[in-house]
Design a protein around this ligand. Structure first.
Ligand code: TYM
Length: 374
């Protein structure tokens, strides 16, 4: 029997089966041939592509074809400021930065404060505070300030609202019900919301008065929004946005879910966690593919495929293939213990976070430079 799971922009439940999601969402798997095509332009492949974390796309071939013809795309991604940023959120953003650097393109970054107001019971005041704090995480990653524009839904409402209504007029209630599973009890703002998330995919085309291709990097949970966006934009005379999608960084407790603050916060690593907190959480919660006793582990070895610490190294924290292979070999053979593997990960995450936290501090007086000026 197929195991049940659920992936929507607001909820991920159960053990996610990515192969099934590809079919159900109708996205395409990233093929070797497509990787070669990307490499032709980037010179090297980001480990997140090579190791399959970014695994699916829509129309990426077309984006590259247009690029080859001199028709440059812009990037679009975003954040719903609902709380502290965790290392899962950083993944699509770090990848977006890599794309921005390699293709030298503009990025529109949407902060959906309206979304988080409509889908939670937080006040606007709280959300504004969270949003400002989240901006530090984005800026800390080193996006090019000359080519990166923050769009804030409520602040830029004058610009966004008119375009959102153009999208909304083409979307029926029954379309959003079937895309998102909304019920009659959902508030009416949440029903409208997807038309707001569609806007940055064509806003630059409106502003520059010419059609510009758009590429959206994101984790697969956001795909339902862009499936709808892709249906609507050609009806308004714009290109369908292309997308490139990653799987989820799992919570510390197991590799099949999504790291998310709406679950147990102890199993999430926040960008502002102290070195001690990171160490404590990993030691206490990181699911281990090791054996229950040292003797047994030495004899039978560990299983890196289900080991969260190993998977985190693979996803991002150990980009060096040779080093990663060595860790894998030693873990499988039993030479490396779970506690030692955890130490490797703790040191990697803490080194990354130390620099990230310093950059977050420096970002405090840079916010204004990034906010889109209309
Ligand atoms: P939000 O704030 O929930 O998430 C921001 C980005 O992080 C991705 N993400 C993850 N990626 C890997 N592992 C995880 N555990 C994980 N958790 C979240 C999300 O897919 C997203 O890419 N509505 C959006 C904000 C938004 C947006 C966009 C996102 C507006 N426009 C365009 C992507 C592209 C939201 O609430 O994302």
């Amino acid at each position: 029997m197929k195991k049940e799971f659920k992936v929507t922009p607001w909820e991920v439940k159960g053990e996610v089966d990515y192969e099934r999601l590809i079919k159900e969402f109708g996205v395409s798997k990233i093929s070797e041939k497509l990787l070669e095509k990307i490499k032709k332009h980037t010179g090297e492949l980001n480990p997140m592509l090579k190791r399959g974390l970014f695994f699916a796309h829509r129309d990426l071939n077309w984006i590259l074809d247009e690029y080859e013809k001199g028709n440059k795309f812009f990037l679009y991604t975003g954040r719903g400021p609902s709380g502290k940023v965790h290392i899962g959120h950083l993944i699509p953003w770090i990848f977006t930065k890599w794309l921005q650097d390699k293709f030298n393109v503009e990025l529109y970054f949407q902060f959906t404060d309206d979304e988080k107001y409509l889908f939670s019971n937080k006040s606007y005041k709280e959300i504004q505070k969270i949003m400002e704090d989240n901006m530090l995480d984005v800026i800390a990653l080193g996006f090019n300030p000359k080519k990166t524009y923050f769009l804030i839904d409520t602040k830029h409402a004058g610009l966004i609202y008119k375009q959102a209504t153009r999208v909304a007029r083409k979307i029926t209630f029954s379309m959003v019900k079937s895309s998102f599973g909304f019920k009659d009890s959902n508030n009416i703002g949440s029903i409208f919301y997807t038309s707001v998330q569609a806007v940055p995919a064509f806003l630059p085309s409106v502003l520059k008065k010419k059609n510009i291709p758009c590429l959206i990097p994101h984790a697969i949970d956001q795909d339902p929004h862009f499936r709808l966006t892709r249906d609507i934009l050609p009806k308004l005379g714009y290109y369908k946005p292309a997308s490139i999608q990653c799987s989820f960084i799992p919570p510390l407790t197991g590799i099949k879910g999504k790291m998310s603050s709406s679950g147990n916060k102890e199993t999430v690593i926040y960008t502002t966690d102290s070195q001690k907190e990171v160490e404590r959480k990993i030691k206490k919660y990181a699911f281990s593919g090791g054996q229950s006793t040292i003797t047994e582990h030495r004899e039978k070895g560990g299983n890196p495929d289900i080991d969260v610490s190993f998977q985190y190294l693979k996803i991002f924290f150990e980009p060096d293939n040779k080093k990663l292979e060595k860790i894998e070999r030693k873990y499988r053979s039993g030479e490396l213990l779970t506690s030692e593997l955890k130490e490797i990960l703790i040191e990697k995450i803490n080194t990354f976070l130390k620099k990230h936290q310093q950059e977050r501090e420096k970002a405090k007086n840079k916010i204004d430079k990034f906010i889109f000026k209309d």
